[in-house]
Design a protein around this ligand. Structure first.
Ligand code: ARG
Ligand code: ZN
Length: 863
């Protein structure tokens, strides 16, 4: 599939670009694979036996992919061949239409710091093959449209590797004598090689079982280090809930005798859906009240669900090529969002989804790294595991759900599974199934797959007597490589709210925007009205509508759609914080929300979300040019006003909601959230009592939510309580990776003026290990999200980031490439900062020997 080359004038090496239009079906299929691993020693020996079959009428050779393999020998039908790899490919001429190809390679997992292929983590051996890691294990056509049945034999030292896991069902454990043992796993379901996995090491299991809807009993196991076993209970409960939910919501049943999850400390991504053997970043498995926040508990459940749901959306039906990544990821994120919403607090979940989309995906879509949810070219596919593919992809599936209705959507999903079970397919196949089942034409809707950029919807309303006419027009800005954009098909929910009654008038309307402008009318109105727009965030768009601050404050108190109500407060805050105006109207609206909470008409979880100001980064995203210092100053002034004006009421909220124990009910979680928001405002107001309350909460906390909430409230102060809590936190949780990550992040996000120096110092801390992706993200990734300090006028923040990126690139290119993203936002800043950011990107691109991953990201970011 390698196509033309993209030459960056500054780059030492050109990038090979892979293009969607060059897709060709595989020349050879591999119906069966037998793998034999000899895992002992610093060198792992891998013997692979591939049954290969010519695919179609052609005389092309078999071309296999391999990366960093030391090849011992290759045989075709039992005869040695003189096979010399050409770079990362091995070309074998085969006379007949089928053959058995056997090879033996040597690999060194302990020396593999890229964390792709087979690698070591805390002495255990684990794999990560998606997207293109399998080629670092053995010679193979490493592409998702080659599906094979696997038989995998693992042989290893008993003491070092007591547990040996792979995909499918296990055979009996063989004793090999001399302290070694072996086991053979068989996976009956044909799969692409990116879903292959093995794990070997010292692990213990939390075991349970689940009986499927057709009455099959499945053994469940979550494997962790022995000390972590007690922290896997929440993940197990989430797994069982996910299995039941997928049966009920999508009619999908699990299909093997066992399901294994393994927690790993060193992992590039969140988790991986390998068939029957999900491998997880331990951050998304381990949780207990002492070490995990409520948000962590929710993230564990969401990721467990996500990976489990991939068994159908990704594994049983997989992707034809990597341009189709959102076919499985967007869909599976939507499914995990549906699942999470069904577990309770749907409104707050939706607000959280939107907050995340706006924090990461909207900026991506508005800058040089913008790409459609189905990209049409890439140099390194690992760079496309983005918020666009995942989160905008999920919004696109949600819009289909909205357009087709729950029943039409379900019929479409059923048809998709019926038609494509066992196949490697495309986004087009998904859309075609949705179309056939619903009899709807999705021709224009397909543009969501082709076009990058966030559409803007401009809203104008005109009142004549009892009729309100609303005109909705769509605009699409140019994005890299796409200057002219045809119009989109956008489902847009809206309603009118009476300005006198405070009640919704008539039903909510779902309007399908397809032309440049759509007009709708609301009739029979007896009072002035306000518009409630994009209710439930029905489309991933930016809405431009005029509304006075008084009207926004009114909607923040009266809108009956929880998302729109929260949104009204956000819009009010953004409006106020874009100016140096007195924040009185914003403060009053916060007061009204607090009052609604006190009166019991709003729940604590919602109040906590609504009274939080937008982040400095999000405020910056609204402006033509980000004014780093002004945004910080205005936001702090508003925070201080909200804190001091309502100091008594924050105390009341704090007393009422703190001390809610360890329960994970929506009520208890909401109470902890509001208590901690109140505490942060109290510390901002500045009384000694507030600092004392935070110190007490820190010391007495029975949950990580409360302990970290107190530490976060104190982190920006210059008090002895802050220093004590910070030191205690580190000592108390020494050795717990996930918690020590929080210690780094809290300091990296601090707004205190010494933050940059602190981060510099922390880079030298003995616990800082850039080879561990979680730790790198916890310190350097978090720092880059600290708008004020990362964008220090001196450019020191940019230098710090680029220096870390270049250092990490030598260890782990995937991890390094992600650090280029914040520099890609350079166009949003003033000329001086632009120059400093560009200079760092140029330095990266001009460095000899940078990885393909980094080179692609940095050169795109510069464009
Ligand atoms: N498929 C995995 C998931 O979303 C993520 C794999 C990440 N791979 C990567 N190269 N970053 O569940
Ligand atoms: Zn996924």
């Amino acid at each position: 599939m390698a196509g033309m080359q993209m030459l960056d004038a500054r780059a030492a090496t050109p990038l090979d670009i892979v293009r969607l239009k060059d897709y060709r079906p595989p020349d050879w299929l591999v119906p069966n694979v037998a793998l034999d691993f000899d895992l002992d020693g610093p060198v792992t020996v891998v013997r692979a036996t591939l049954s290969v079959v010519r695919n179609g009428l052609h005389d092309r050779p078999l071309v296999l992919d391999g990366s960093r393999l030391e090849t011992s020998w290759v045989e075709i039908d039992g005869a040695r061949v003189n096979a010399t790899p050409q770079g990362d490919t091995l070309t074998l001429a085969i006379a007949g239409d089928r053959a058995t190809v056997t090879s033996e390679v040597r690999i060194q997992p302990a020396a593999n710091s890229r964390l792709m292929g087979l690698y070591a983590s805390e002495g255990r051996l684990v794999t990560q093959c998606e997207a293109e890691g399998f080629r670092a294990i053995t010679w193979f056509p490493d592409r998702p449209d080659v599906l094979s049945s696997y038989t995998v034999r693992l042989a290893a030292d008993k003491a070092r590797y007591p547990v040996l896991l792979s995909n499918g069902d296990p055979g009996v454990l063989e004793d090999l004598g001399d302290g070694r043992h072996a086991i053979t796993w068989t996976d009956p379901w044909p799969k692409p090689c990116y879903l292959f996995a093995l794990v070997a090491g010292d692990l213990v299991a939390r075991e349970d079982s689940f009986t499927t809807m057709s009455g099959r009993k499945v053994r469940l196991a979550i494997w962790t280090a022995e000390a972590d076993l007690p922290r896997s209970a929440h993940a197990m409960a989430a797994l069982k809930a996910s299995m039941a939910w997928d049966e009920q919501a999508y009619g999908r049943e699990y299909d093997l005798g066992e399901f294994n999850i393994v927690a790993v400390a060193d992992f590039n991504a969140g988790a991986m859906e390998n068939k029957g053997l999900n491998i997880f970043n331990s951050k998304y498995v381990l949780a207990d009240a002492e070490t995990a926040t409520d948000a962590d508990f929710d993230a564990v459940a969401a990721v467990v669900a996500h990976e489990y749901f991939h068994n159908w959306t990704g594994n049983r039906v997989t992707c034809r090529d990597w341009f189709q990544l959102s076919l499985k990821e967007g869909l599976t994120v939507f499914r995990d969002q549906q699942f999470s919403a069904d577990q309770g607090s749907a409104a707050v979940r939706r607000i959280d989804d939107v907050r995340g989309l706006r924090a990461v995906q909207f900026p991506e879509d508005a800058g040089p790294l913008a790409h459609p949810i189905r990209p049409d070219h890439y140099a390194e596919i690992a760079n496309f595991y983005t918020a666009t593919i995942y989160n905008k992809g999920a919004e696109v599936i949600r819009m289909l759900h909205t357009l087709l209705g729950a029943d039409g959507y379900r019929r479409g999903a059923d048809l998709y599974f019926d038609r494509h079970d066992g196949q490697a397919v495309t986004c087009e196949d998904w859309l075609a199934a949705m179309e056939s089942a619903s009899k709807r034409d999705l021709g224009q809707f397909r543009r969501w797959y082709e076009q990058a950029g966030t559409p803007r919807i401009e809203v104008h309303a005109a009142r004549a007597g009892r009729i309100l006419t609303v005109a909705l027009s769509q605009r699409l800005a140019a994005t890299p490589g796409q200057s002219v954009k045809p119009l989109m098909h956008i489902p847009f929910r809206l309603a009118v709210i009476g300005r006198t009654s405070g009640k919704r008038i008539g039903a909510e309307r779902l309007v399908e925007l397809t032309g440049p402008e759509t007009r709708i009318t609301f009739e029979g109105l007896d009072e002035p009205v306000l518009l409630s727009l994009n209710r439930g965030f029905s489309a991933p768009v930016v809405v431009d509508a005029q509304a006075s601050r008084a009207d926004l404050a009114f909607l923040a108190a009266a809108d009956d759609d929880p998302f729109a109500r929260w949104e009204a407060m956000q819009r009010l805050a953004l409006d106020v914080l874009a100016t140096d105006d007195d924040p009185a109207e914003l403060v009053a609206a916060v007061g009204a929300t607090l009052a609604a909470g006190e009166a019991g008409s709003l729940d604590a979880a919602f109040v906590a979300e609504a009274v939080l100001l937008p982040t400095e980064a999000f405020i910056g995203d609204q402006a033509k040019m980000v004014d780093v210092e002004a945004i910080h100053r205005r936001r702090e002034a508003a925070r201080t006003a909200i804190a001091t004006v309502f100091e008594d009421r924050w105390w009341a909220a704090y007393r009422r909601h703190s001390g809610s124990g360890t329960a994970l009910t929506p009520e208890a979680k909401g109470a902890r959230r509001l208590a901690n928001v109140a505490l942060a405002y109290l510390v901002t107001a500045g009384s000694a009592d507030a600092v004392a309350a935070a110190a007490t909460q820190y010391a007495d906390a029975v949950t990580m939510t409360d302990r970290l909430g107190a530490l976060t409230a104190l982190i920006n102060t210059s008090t002895p309580e802050r220093d004590t809590a910070l030191a205690d936190f580190h000592a108390r949780f020494a050795g717990n990776n996930d918690v020590i990550d929080k210690w780094f992040t809290a300091q990296a996000l601090a707004s205190r003026s010494d933050t940059l120096d602190r981060v510099e110092a922390l880079l030298g801390h003995p616990d800082f290990n850039p080879a561990n992706p979680n730790r790198l993200r916890a310190l350097v990734g978090a720092f880059a999200a600290n708008q004020r300090h990362f964008h220090a006028a001196s450019g020191a923040g940019y230098r710090l980031l680029a220096g870390q990126l270049l250092a990490v690139d030598k260890i782990n290119p995937q991890s390094a490439a992600r650090l280029a993203v914040p520099l890609g936002r350079w166009k949003r800043f003033d000329p001086a900062r632009q120059a400093l950011m560009r200079a760092e990107l140029e330095r990266i691109v001009g460095t000899a020997g940078v990885s393909k991953d980094v080179l692609e990201m940095a050169s795109r970011a510069l464009a």
